[in-house]
Design a protein around this ligand. Structure first.
Ligand code: NDP
Ligand code: GDR
Length: 333
């Protein structure tokens, strides 16, 4: 019998998957990462784990239920973190069916697999603050909590809400240890390049290096509760260590506009007033927008003894510094 716990991570080559793989490997887990097949290689976030004997990768797809069954039978995991998704809210308006098939249908396939093949496996569902949408059911001082009404306003968020409730149903109906983490926006130097924070820090680095003049954005008035992905994967792990499964909001408890994020980045970059560099493009507006998100993670802080260590300004500086350094490295070569 191996002493190692085995964890499966879907979407292992994404932002969160890669931080979670690092965390679990550091805790002595055997990690089986699942990734979908792509025609171009996109494993840079986990390449440093390639030679680690405790790390393995397999192909799978959220839409392929048989593949999930095989993986569960083969590895009999202690823990299963479902992080894979078409995760871009704006894109979900263009490909709503695919987004929904993967997130809603794909989550159900995994839950059914666990129920029938490995009912002892502890399951983590990557739920999202987008599920609150525009419900406005929050305390102005504290923000949304686990009991707030959810009123999703995008195909992405509706699919996530389906998966969120299905996770609860499998917990209550079948007694699975199934937990949803309702995570507010979290970013890092490994953030996907089309999300607004990373788009801004990469552009500011290129502008600073003289490689680009302008940055094109949509709605600058949206407010988000931005935290650091490295902190948030710790909350995921803590959730699965609890004797009883439950749902938890994970957030910093501070909200900032896209404008404020721009201000921090451009001033840290030594570029001054961001308005000189930012162009507006109406094509970047969404058919529906979530105007304001603030999270109340009191429960996670109390029960999991979790707390965020990085605030928005520190996060923005960390992301700019990383983008500027890697650009500098590239230019030197
Ligand atoms: P990313 O977009 O960085 O990663 C998503 C991963 O899912 C990628 O590995 C991607 O593969 C994979 N994937 C996409 N479609 C499929 C599919 N059909 N089958 C298998 N794999 C697929 O997201 P994050 O790491 O930022 O987020 C992780 C999860 O948490 C997501 O479910 C997201 O919706 C959710 N979430 C994220 C928040 C955030 O602020 N980051 C907040 C709340 C929830 P590929 O690289 O090939 O595209
Ligand atoms: P979000 O993140 O939609 O909150 O979803 P994103 O960074 O895409 O948008 C944040 C806000 O910025 C505004 N915005 C722009 N967004 C993008 N991507 N590109 C732009 O050019 C731009 N200009 C302005 C948006 O309108 C929005 O208001 C993220 C994802 O990680 C989801 O998977 C996750 O569930 C939620 O966070 C919580």
């Amino acid at each position: 019998m191996s002493m190692h716990k085995t964890a499966i991570i879907t979407g292992v080559n994404g932002q969160d998957g890669s931080y979670l793989a690092d965390l679990l490997i550091s805790k002595g887990y055997r990690v089986v990462g699942l990734k979908r097949r792509t025609s171009s290689i996109n494993t840079t976030r986990v390449d440093h784990l390639y030679d680690n004997p405790n790390f393995k990768m397999h192909h799978y797809d959220l839409t392929d239920g048989a593949a999930v069954m095989h993986i569960l039978e083969k590895y009999k995991p202690d823990e299963f973190y479902n992080l894979a998704a078409q995760s871009h809210v704006a894109v979900s308006f263009e490909i709503p069916e695919y987004t929904s098939d993967g997130i809603a249908g794909g989550t159900l396939k995994i839950l059914e697999g666990i129920r029938t093949v490995t009912p002892y496996t502890r399951y983590y569902q990557a739920s999202s603050s987008e599920m609150f949408g525009d419900s406005k059911d929050y305390d102005p001082e504290r923000g949304y909590n686990e009991g707030s009404r959810m009123m999703p306003v995008s195909p992405y968020a509706v699919a996530k809400l389906h998966a969120h409730h299905m996770t609860r149903v499998y917990r209550e109906a079948y007694g699975l240890h199934a937990t949803s983490g309702i995570l507010f926006n979290h970013e890092s130097p490994r953030r996907g390049e089309t999300f607004v924070t990373r788009k801004i820090t990469m552009a500011a680095a290129r502008i600073r290096a003289g490689l680009q003049e302008k940055l094109t954005l949509g709605n600058l008035d949206a407010h988000r509760d931005w935290g650091f992905a490295g902190d948030y994967v710790e909350a995921m792990w803590l959730m699965l260590q609890q004797p009883v499964a439950d749902d938890y909001v994970v957030a910093t408890g501070k909200t900032h506009s896209v404008r404020e994020f721009l201000e921090v980045v451009f001033s840290h970059a030594g570029l001054g007033d961001y308005t000189q560099y930012v162009d507006f493009d109406a094509r970047l507006l969404r058919p529906n927008e979530v105007p304001y998100l603030l999270g109340d993670s009191y429960k996670a802080r109390r029960v999991l003894e979790w707390e965020p260590k990085v605030d928005m300004p520190a996060l923005a500086r960390m992301m700019f510094d990383s983008d500027y350094e890697s650009l500098y490295e590239k230019l030197r070569k």
